[in-house]
Design a protein around this ligand. Structure first.
Ligand SMILES: *[C@@H]1O[C@H](CO)[C@@H](O)[C@H](O)[C@H]1NC(C)=O
Length: 332
């Protein structure tokens, strides 16, 4: 009796004295999650998964849920890697952000070659029905369409827009709602971080979707940011929230122009803080997902090599100033 009482007190005390995670801290502020990405390249890397388990409450698959991985050939579905991510998230009790169905990049050639409306409509519907259906009830939110605009606010000249014009968006959202009625359905985009033609076009589209009764629940702002260019973020988050839909920061990183030095890392800390504060101050901003744990695994160095060091942990998984800054904002 005495021993079990003492054990209970000890475990209670250690629960309070342990550092709160980013996820538990942001939940205490009324948000749903602080998330990150996972995929085949990191799922067996304990330095990544230990941080995902301890600090984050949601995961997005970086690539393995995208079209060419799941349906490389028409009618041939491969869920091997996407199931690994799903199963990891379920086993570790993480929310899942499903990403993504309709994106101009990273689509198989057989989709790009379609030229008629009926075929493309059926193909979009079939892909979404199969994938959302397989994971029905397990996915918190789906990025149904991704990056439909050019930076100047024109629709991208994708196969989807060429063949179906704006209708491809309606078709995709309706198919997703039918396949998994409980999942929150998002439109996801980058470059919504500053005033300009892109966010204007995005908000105008959202207005049209709502007026047509398209089942849309949320707006994802990727927030792949550049050091020195984040000042507009809080105001634009508020504009997105003014639609009445949920808003999520879905792919956050702040890349540093090379060479990386101490002054830039200190500035990165402050800029991360202002982005996190932006979400905290907007009640419709439901959560934040980072696009990577350690700088070692980030897409930036390979894809945009003039930049580096965009994340909260460095190449050796040590906490950066950016981590300390984010932790202080969500914990206080
Ligand atoms: C917008 O940008 C795209 C891509 O650079 C270009 O093809 C298109 O002509 C531009 N549209 C306008 C109206 O400037």
């Amino acid at each position: 009796m005495k021993v079990s009482l003492i054990l209970a007190i000890v475990s209670l005390l250690s629960a309070f004295s342990a550092n709160a995670s980013l996820d538990s801290s942001i939940k205490a502020k009324g948000k749903l999650y602080f998330g990150n990405i996972i995929d085949g390249n990191t799922i067996n890397d304990a330095s990544v998964t230990n941080l995902l388990k301890s600090e984050f409450g949601a995961v997005t698959a970086e690539y393995s849920w995208k079209w060419p991985r799941i349906q490389p050939t028409r009618g041939v579905f491969n869920f091997q890697e996407s199931d690994l991510v799903l199963n990891w998230a379920v086993a570790n009790k993480k929310l899942i952000r499903g990403h993504t169905f309709v994106w101009h990049q990273n689509i198989p050639e057989w989709v790009n070659a379609i030229t008629d409306k009926a075929t493309l409509t059926a193909v979009i519907q079939d892909h979404i029905t199969k994938v959302a259906g397989r994971y029905k009830g397990k996915v918190y939110a789906w990025d149904v369409v991704n990056e439909v605009f050019e930076d100047n606010g024109s629709f991208r000249n994708s196969v989807f827009y060429r063949v179906l014009q704006e209708d491809f968006i309606d078709i995709a959202f309706r198919a997703a709602r039918a396949a998994d009625p409980a999942a929150k359905l998002y439109i996801n985009e980058y470059g919504l971080d500053a005033a300009g033609p892109k966010i204007d076009a995005f908000l105008a589209l959202v207005g049209r979707l709502k007026s047509r009764g398209v089942p849309i629940d949320g707006l994802g702002t990727q927030s792949h940011l550049i050091l020195g260019m984040v000042a507009g973020v809080p105001a634009q988050l508020q504009r997105l929230a003014n639609t009445g839909l949920d808003v999520a920061i879905t792919e956050l990183d702040i890349r540093i122009p090379k060479p990386v030095n101490d002054a830039k890392l200190a500035q990165q800390q402050l800029e991360y803080q202002s982005v996190i504060e932006g979400c905290l101050s907007v009640s419709k901003c439901v959560g934040i997902s980072m696009w990577g744990v350690s700088d070692r695994n980030s897409w930036i160095d390979t894809t945009i090599p003039a930049f580096s060091a965009p994340l909260l942990w460095d190449n050796t998984f040590r906490r950066k100033l950016a981590f300390t800054g984010v932790d202080a904002i969500v914990a206080n």
